[in-house]
Design a protein around this ligand. Structure first.
Ligand SMILES: *Cc1c(COP(=O)(O)O)cnc(C)c1O
Length: 397
């Protein structure tokens, strides 16, 4: 390793990408990789999508930043479109997923405060959750490895060991403000939450005036073949955090809420210097232009079926290493008998990029625009990589 001026917070692979086109990346030394990680579910439309490039260039030549001291027409437009397509009536724009969740938690607490319930501040979350890396969100996620060494855990978060409605019922009380959950745990290992559990949460929340918050930072914006994952089941939240895919690679996020909930966030209660700036809004609107196009999400669902079928065949052929295929749409997990880093290294050797997740899972999150050519290449690479890992296993025993 060469000396670096950077914080050593990331275990970086020795790959330097210079250029991207669609689902493909090229390194400085001209090696080509198929990107089935998509910046961890960020590059929803792949790299250098012409419509996004045009939108960003056009905005860059007009206006970059003005501050939320002024009306920003792109915010109005993107806000209206996100609301029209979802349960939400109001939107607050942020720069990242963690910030969208911070806003979600603040909004939930302020809703109860506005109703005179000043003690309703506790947020219930679940084991394996990931909600970002701010001090509050590492408390929300509850994972010891992210909390260690950073002082007192932020108060007001209770992490339950499993998505079990009896556990939730015994945990809720006078101080419960909200329940926060990812419809599919991404970092946690592509762990799907049963619709019946979400329904049970919805009913409990309605009964006790507790707010239901979805973290769709990873699952949102077409990733599961629906605009938002929960829309497949029709079980709606009161507040939702989004980010990643909505910017297609431009840093942005949003907190969305029902009118009755959002109205607690009166002038002065929250703010962001960059949140919703004209550049981000131009790109966010351009992403929606494509994702909301007639037939786009249907195509994601169709290509997902093709990919899952091929993955099932590969699992059958390599069941010593690959035991289960998980997930929905184009957010898929390969449950392994070896550390995911091992298979990932072998995949990279075959020109395929993926990303590890918890629970011994290798995650596939390709751009939503992949076609048959990409699937063929990815499955061929994966097949070879699994064979290599399997051979290594046998050598070692
Ligand atoms: C990535 C992610 C976050 C955090 O987003 P950042 O933009 O890194 O702050 C939060 N929740 C989920 C589910 C995520 O996947």
């Amino acid at each position: 390793m060469t000396q670096s001026s950077l914080f050593a917070t990331y275990a970086r692979a020795d790959l330097k990408f210079e250029k991207g086109e669609g689902a493909w990346l090229t390194t400085q030394d001209n090696r080509r990789f198929l990107d089935f990680a998509a910046g961890i579910a960020v590059n929803s439309l792949g790299h250098a999508h012409p419509h996004l490039v045009d939108a960003l260039k056009a905005q860059a030549e007009k206006l970059w930043h003005v501050s939320n001291l002024y009306d920003i027409p792109g915010q109005q437009r993107l806000g209206e479109r996100l609301c029209a397509a979802t349960f939400a009536d109001k939107v607050f724009f942020t720069n990242s997923g963690a910030e969208a969740l911070e806003c979600a938690v603040k909004t939930a607490r302020r809703y109860h405060y506005g109703k005179g319930n000043v003690d309703k501040t506790t947020i219930i979350t679940f084991d394996g959750a990931f909600h970002g890396r701010t001090l509050a969100m590492i408390a929300a996620g509850g994972q010891e490895k992210y909390l260690e060494g950073f002082g007192e855990k932020a108060p007001g978060f209770v992490n339950l060991p499993a998505p079990d409605i009896d556990l939730v019922k015994s945990a809720v009380g006078e101080t419960t403000a909200a329940i926060l959950i990812e419809p599919i745990q991404g970092e946690g290992g592509i762990r799907e939450i049963a619709p019946s559990f979400l329904q049970a949460l919805r009913s409990l929340c309605d009964e006790l005036d507790i707010l239901l918050i979805y973290d769709e930072v990873q699952t949102g914006v077409g990733r599961t073949g629906y605009l938002f994952a929960h829309q497949e089941y029709g079980i709606e939240p009161d507040i939702m955090a989004i980010a990643k895919g909505i910017g297609g690679g431009f840093p942005m996020g949003a907190c969305m809420a029902r009118e009755e909930v959002a109205q607690a966030m009166v002038p002065g209660t929250h703010g962001s210097t960059y949140g919703g700036n004209p550049l981000a809004m131009a790109v966010g609107n351009a992403v929606l232009d494509v994702v909301l196009e007639e037939g786009f999400l249907e195509r994601v669902r169709d290509i997902s079926l093709v990919l899952k079928q091929r993955l099932a065949e590969i699992r059958d052929a390599h069941s010593d290493i690959l035991t289960e295929i998980r997930g929905r749409g184009l957010l898929l997990g390969l449950k392994l008998t070896v550390p995911p880093a091992e298979l990932l290294a072998a995949c990279r050797g075959e020109g395929l990029l993926a990303v590890p997740a918890g629970d011994n899972v290798l995650r596939l999150a390709p751009p939503l625009i992949i076609g048959q050519e990409e699937i063929d290449f990815a499955m061929n690479s994966l097949d070879k990589a699994l064979a290599k890992v399997s051979a290594n296993q046998k050598d070692n025993h």
